[in-house]
Design a binder for this molecule. Structure first.
Ligand code: URA
Length: 432
């Protein structure tokens, strides 16, 4: 078999066999196929696409190209949750203790965030003493005893995707739905879960800019899941504006606690309940979503979910005192008020611009080597649809130094017009 023939085959829109895809990924992983040939193949996929069977073979080969996580030491159905990434997305830290409080076992290895704001691990590290490094045995033991553990990635998971993703980034071949779907799903399969709930974000702050594209991606990932025997559900959710009020690290932890105390912003809470309910159904703790939502609301109002969050923080060495006293979280030196420059209705808040504004403060990384400042961030006080007067405070910037560029960026993120907008829902559709 020759890679040049496979490139030609895809260039002409033909379907590759399982053997051909196995050959390509194994030889690429062992450096026997050079980057230039793989780049040509990726470009051919951008134009010709792949069918569902090809994508599932590709996903499988990448998933097993390196280490995989063995969760067999944990009883029950292991359900994973994945977000395609967004600004102010703290849903994992709400949803995972919530479902764990109702008996779903949560074992999650996460990567760090690169880009606008910190990832889940960065947010957790805003908590004094919290350890994201546990041995494999400690990890499994914590899940068995507490019901939840979340740690940094130590294994060499999905090296073929790492290599291919880097190549795609440099060759203009990232935006191919089959390549994105196989890249995301290969990491989920290697992570050992039996079932997967995907939060596919749509909008200015997301990878997928339109509902149609997000739907195509979601359908493909659900189909890959079913071909590879992982029950998969995808939720298309709105990422036109930041999720919730807080964007940063310590301030997002505070918002997590507010949701678990039952005081969360409506849309953020709604999305978390939907994600958690889907996990409850896939994990066979509930037979239908509506009943799951009733039980989840009860776990919040009774304090059970918050108690599980506290147990999880303490099990990984964190000081849980911040749950009752937010001043124990890292605090920025200054809070700057951002004022509305006109009267009217907020018709849009560009999530990406808010994310970049937070990154400029130090809440996210421009490069892998950058250090995060956990204390800084943005509180979006007025969300899309709000009526504002000139001079009203629409946001707070929590700063530890230079913030002129952040203030300018944040102001530009808000669009204020005379007519009230039609506000889109937080959940567009559920694909299963
Ligand atoms: N996220 C991934 O993990 N892979 C892609 O290809 C795109 C987004």
């Amino acid at each position: 078999m020759r890679m040049s023939d496979l490139i030609l085959k895809k260039k002409h829109g033909e379907i590759l066999t399982k053997e051909e895809i196995t050959f390509m990924i194994s030889k690429y992983s062992s450096d026997e196929i050079p980057d230039y040939q793989m780049a040509a193949f990726a470009m051919a996929v951008c134009f010709q696409g792949m069918d569902d069977a090809e994508v599932s073979y590709l996903t499988h080969e990448m998933a097993f190209s390196g280490d995989t996580i063995d969760l067999s030491g944990i009883d029950g159905i292991k359900v994973d949750k994945h977000s395609s990434g967004g600004v102010g997305d703290k849903t994992s830290l709400i949803v995972l203790p919530l479902v764990a409080s109702l008996g779903i076992k949560v074992a999650k290895m996460s990567g760090r965030g690169l880009g606008h704001t910190g990832g889940t691990l960065d947010k957790l590290e805003a908590i004094e003493g919290f350890r994201i490094e546990l041995s494999d045995d400690e990890f499994i033991q914590t899940v068995n005893e507490v019901g939840i553990s979340l740690i940094g990635q130590t294994l060499n998971l999905v090296p073929a995707d790492k290599k291919l993703y880097g190549l795609r980034d440099a060759t203009g071949t990232v935006d191919s739905i089959p390549l994105i779907a196989s890249s995301i799903m290969s990491k989920k399969i290697a992570s050992g879960a039996d079932a997967i709930v995907l939060d596919v974000k749509v909008g200015s702050g997301a990878f997928m800019k339109t509902v149609d594209d997000a739907k195509e991606l979601a359908k493909l990932m659900v189909s890959i899941g079913s071909k590879l025997n992982r029950k998969t559900v995808a939720i298309l959710s709105n990422m036109e504006e930041p999720l919730g009020h807080e964007v940063g690290n310590a301030n997002e932890i505070k918002e997590v606690v507010e949701v678990l105390k039952g005081h969360g912003e409506t849309k953020l809470t709604e999305l978390c309940l939907e994600l958690a309910a889907q996990m409850m159904v896939l994990g066979e703790k509930q037979s239908n979503k509506e009943e799951a939502i009733v039980e989840l609301r009860e776990a919040i109002s009774s304090g059970k979910a918050l108690e599980k969050f506290k147990e999880f923080i303490e099990a990984q060495g964190g000081n849980s005192g911040f749950i009752d006293d937010y001043s124990l979280l890292p605090q920025a030196k200054e809070t700057i008020e951002v004022l509305s420059e006109t009267s009217g209705y907020i018709t849009a808040i560009d999530a990406e611009e808010v994310g970049i504004s937070a990154m400029l403060l130090g809440a996210g990384r421009k490069t892998k080597a950058d250090k995060i400042d956990y204390a800084v961030g943005i509180t979006v006080l007025k969300k899309t649809g709000s009526k504002v007067e000139k001079g009203d405070v629409i946001a707070h910037i929590h700063s530890n130094g230079n913030h002129e560029d952040s203030v300018a960026k944040l102001k530009k993120a808000f669009t204020i017009e005379n007519t009230a907008p039609v506000v889109d829902p937080i959940i567009y559709e559920v694909i299963q």
